[in-house]
Design a binder for this molecule. Structure first.
Ligand code: NAD
Ligand code: ZN
Length: 351
């Protein structure tokens, strides 16, 4: 097992390794001795596979509770689901000393975290990520949210979990597309912070040691979060590939997964950076080859003027400028504000 400590305003550990679900109950007891009941939130793919192991462990530790199961998919990450979860908790008389547990991917984690942030002005929660994306990205850092009709993650809060329990065995049931989607965020992390990791992925492909790789990516995320918990500066780096990625994801009507869209976005900014002479000329070819090795797309056929409107309406724009994360080398990226024309020209250079 590997442990990564996150020194946020409310510090916590991320535990990574096989078989950790069986230790859930005793860990909840240690961390939250006052917790009498729990609410375990999951989706209808993950629940049937992994909820029993959690409930068994919680039972053995003398903890009683209920499970709430959502339909899987981003369509469940809504204000309506949030209210349903809060009602469910209230009807079962959960108190402020009880706790929420998120068992699933980023959809479940973001939604449950936000429910925990708002139930009785905030209760403890535990993240149990079951996708690669959730393990290396969404379960760490305390960003919680639901989507609004106007866009993704528009309603949310910063609310750190008490514990992240990443049982690597849960990844064994993850469908191939979702695994590849998580790999896009792994490659993103390597381009941002870690040339040796990038080179390792080039050598090993997907035969990587999952426990070690997740721990390494979580350490990078931890470092960014520790420096900029509330996303006013450096944390923006994590949006590498996301400005165009979010636009492509939305334009596909979410037929492309988040990771597939981020892969396209990352490939485009890398090619653009090389065209602008900001990064070494061979960088885009390395990135394209690695993404393709992981079965990820590197191009989009959507017209740039349509994608541009979507990029400009993304909540991440600051005033008139959009902050674009631009690779300068494998392992180092910069943040560049771009106005409408600059954004158009830059993306056009990379398409
Ligand atoms: N909070 C953050 O910092 C942050 C960061 C990145 C992404 N996100 C959010 O994360 C979400 C995407 O996360 P995701 O890709 O994990 O999506 P997801 O939760 O929808 O999971 C993807 C699919 O995999 C299934 N699944 C999950 N674990 C499984 C398992 N072990 N076995 C079988 N099936 C399994 C799910 O049912 C779902 O169908 C988005 O809502 C995004 O906005 C949040
Ligand atoms: Zn992402």
């Amino acid at each position: 097992m590997k442990t990564v400590h996150v020194p946020a305003s409310a510090p916590y550990d991320v535990l990574i390794g096989p078989g950790l679900l069986s230790s859930l109950g005793s860990r909840v007891r240690d961390l939250c001795p006052k917790a009498g009941r729990y609410l375990l939130v999951t989706d209808d793919n993950v629940g049937p596979l992994w909820a029993d192991a959690c409930v068994k462990s919680l039972d053995a530790a003398g903890l009683a509770g209920d499970a709430y199961t959502l339909p899987h998919g981003e369509a469940s990450k809504t204000a309506q689901s949030l209210v349903e979860i809060l009602n469910f908790a209230a009807e079962r008389r959960l108190t402020r000393s009880d706790m929420f547990i998120a068992l699933g991917g980023g959809m479940t984690g973001d939604l449950t975290g936000f429910a925990a942030a708002t139930y009785m002005r905030g209760v403890d929660y535990i993240q149990i990520p079951t996708t690669l994306l959730a393990a290396i990205d969404s379960s760490v850092g305390g960003k919680t949210a639901v989507d609004l009709p106007a866009g993704k993650n528009l309603m949310g809060a910063f609310w750190q979990p008490r514990l992240v329990l990443c049982d690597t065995e849960t990844l064994s049931t993850l469908p191939e597309t979702d695994f590849a989607s998580g790999c896009a965020e792994v490659i993103k992390t390597a381009i941002l912070f870690d040339e040796p990791l990038f080179a390792q992925l080039e050598r090993e492909g997907r035969d990587f040691d999952r426990e070690a790789l997740i721990a390494r990516c979580v350490e990078h995320k931890r470092d960014v979060v520790a420096e900029d918990e509330f996303d006013t500066g450096r944390r923006a780096l994590l949006n590498l590939g996301h400005t165009l990625g979010h636009a492509v994801e939305a334009e596909s009507g979410f037929a492309l997964t988040h990771g597939q869209a981020v892969a396209v976005g990352t490939a485009v900014v890398c090619r653009a950076a090389a065209q602008y002479g900001v990064c070494p000329p061979d960088l885009p070819a390395r990135v394209d080859a690695l993404l393709e090795k992981f079965g990820l797309p590197i191009r989009t056929a959507y017209p740039l003027d349509i994608l541009l409107e979507r990029m400009l309406s993304d909540k991440k724009r600051a005033g008139a400028a959009v902050n674009v994360i631009v690779p300068e080398a494998i392992g180092r990226c910069g943040i560049r504000p771009m106005d409408r024309q600059a954004l158009y020209d830059f993306m056009k250079a990379g398409l």
